[in-house]
Ligand binder design. Structure first.
Ligand SMILES: Nc1ncnc2c1ncn2[C@@H]1O[C@H](COP(=O)(O)OP(=O)(O)OP(=O)(O)O)[C@@H](O)[C@H]1O
Ligand SMILES: O=C(O)[C@H](O)COP(=O)(O)O
Length: 403
């Protein structure tokens, strides 16, 4: 269990500085609404309704990238979810920001500019050094309390995440609390029955690391996606190679093949690999082939096949807990959604404890009309979820606990 303070411990009528994670996809300059807004809105609404003065910080993108943009659109999207006005100031810690903070009334909400536009924010340094930056030293005296709700950014030792909690009484927001508890469950909880982990997606290196760390905690790994193909390659099949323009496999193979080979050797009986795969057939439809019949490295496979889905479903139905990291196929294309959706549907039908993680993978839930309430927890974290699964600590959480 966590040992940080929560909103339940906050004194009334506070000037609160709150760190959210509103980092979102940006398409043609337009910020896309997503689960992060909806989730953080609950924390923000609770604080505003309680009559606190609420000042929000968040980041968007990384300097130099196309999605490194201002947070002005984020303020509007968040306001829709909170059901209250969210004003925005295009400044992080200068005079405009200070004036806007000081003129805030009880129950009002203000969003500051992208924290990564402040030069003190980014270099990853020790929390004690981040606390000494001008950014933190300028803003902290304007507040009574700091709330960190940005679980999904808590693996970053950035000023807005680790500096302020050393200067102000610090509390976990509702998203921080919920994410922390659910995502740490695999490392901290004992389950009576079978624990299953569904492993897929494109970042094979990350998930292979998780498998390597969780072998004792997980009874069955069900594989798909890029990681699944790399395991099939290690088992001697002609899949998991870059063909056409793909660059998903060969580099990750170089980096991971020794770990994959030792995992197959040591934990082969815990690991289920696809028996068949799907690809784009000559007429443009979905075609399937048994893995045993593949004898040429000549095409890209985009989903696990129907026989594999039929093998994976009963494993899920028999599980006490299921953790998902990564999609089993290119589910954004309906032709290749069967694997991911089949497995998610099986989880939704089962009374197990479940966590679905990964920003991309969890999008399949609404895309295919599944009900989020049928899952134990749908995480809004990417890198932080991976770290939590391996039992690694998150610096943003450590600092909250230290406070
Ligand atoms: N065989 C495949 N070929 C191409 N893409 C695939 C394949 N299998 C899965 N994917 C892609 O994997 C993606 C999801 O996994 P990914 O590792 O990118 O992230 P995630 O864990 O969901 O999210 P995050 O980005 O937050 O870590 C999906 O967008 C899906 O299209
Ligand atoms: O979107 C995320 O996963 C977090 O906001 C962290 O973003 P970063 O990887 O750019 O630090």
């Amino acid at each position: 269990m966590s040992t940080f303070k929560t909103l339940d411990d906050l004194d009334p009528d506070q000037r609160v500085l709150v760190r959210l994670d509103l980092n979102s996809p940006v398409e043609d300059g337009e910020v896309q609404d997503n689960r992060r807004f909806e989730r953080h809105a609950e924390t923000v609404r609770e604080l505003a309704e309680a009559g606190h003065r609420v000042v929000l910080m968040a980041h968007q993108g990384r300097p130099g990238d196309d999605d490194f943009v201002s947070l002005d659109q984020h303020a509007d999207i968040l306001a829709e979810h909170v059901g209250r006005d969210v004003s925005f100031v295009a400044d992080t810690d200068g005079d405009d920001a200070i004036e806007a903070i000081e003129s805030l009334a009880s129950g009002e909400i203000l969003l500051l500019e992208n924290t990564r536009m402040c030069e003190d924010e980014l270099p990853e340094e020790h929390p004690d050094d981040k606390a000494k930056t001008e950014f933190v030293q300028t803003l902290a005296p304007l507040f009574d309390a700091y709330v960190n709700d940005a679980y999904s950014a808590a693996h970053r030792s950035h000023a807005s995440l680790v500096g302020f909690p050393l200067e102000l009484p610090a509390y976990a927001g509702r998203v921080m609390q919920t994410e922390y508890e659910a995502n740490s469950a695999i490392a901290t909880r004992e389950f009576d029955g079978q624990v299953t982990m569904v492993v897929g997606g494109t970042k094979a290196t990350d998930v292979i690391d998780v498998m390597n760390n969780l072998g004792e905690k997980v009874d069955r790994f069900l594989l798909g996606g890029i990681a699944g193909e790399l395991f099939l390659r290690a088992a001697g099949h002609d899949v998991g190679f870059d063909v056409d323009d793909a660059d998903l496999f060969d580099d990750q193979w170089e980096e991971n093949h020794e770990t994959i080979e030792s995992l197959i050797e040591e934990r082969g009986d815990q690991i289920s690999l696809a028996a068949d795969l799907a690809y784009e057939g000559p007429e443009g439809g979905r075609a399937e082939v048994s893995v045993e019949d593949i004898d040429e490295k000549d095409r890209s496979y985009l989903d696990i096949g129907s026989d594999t889905v039929a093998e994976y479903e009963p494993v899920i139905h028999d599980s006490e807990a299921v953790f998902v990291k990564g999609a089993l196929g290119l589910f954004e294309d309906e032709r290749f959604s069967n694997g991911t959706v089949g497995v998610l549907r099986a989880i939704a039908e089962t009374e197990c404890f479940s966590v679905v993680g990964g920003g991309d993978t969890s999008r399949a839930i609404e895309m295919y009309g599944l009900d989020e309430d049928d899952f134990g927890h749908v995480s809004i974290a990417g890198g932080a979820y991976i770290r939590a699964l391996t039992g690694a600590s998150l610096v943003g959480v450590e600092v909250l606990e230290r406070n």
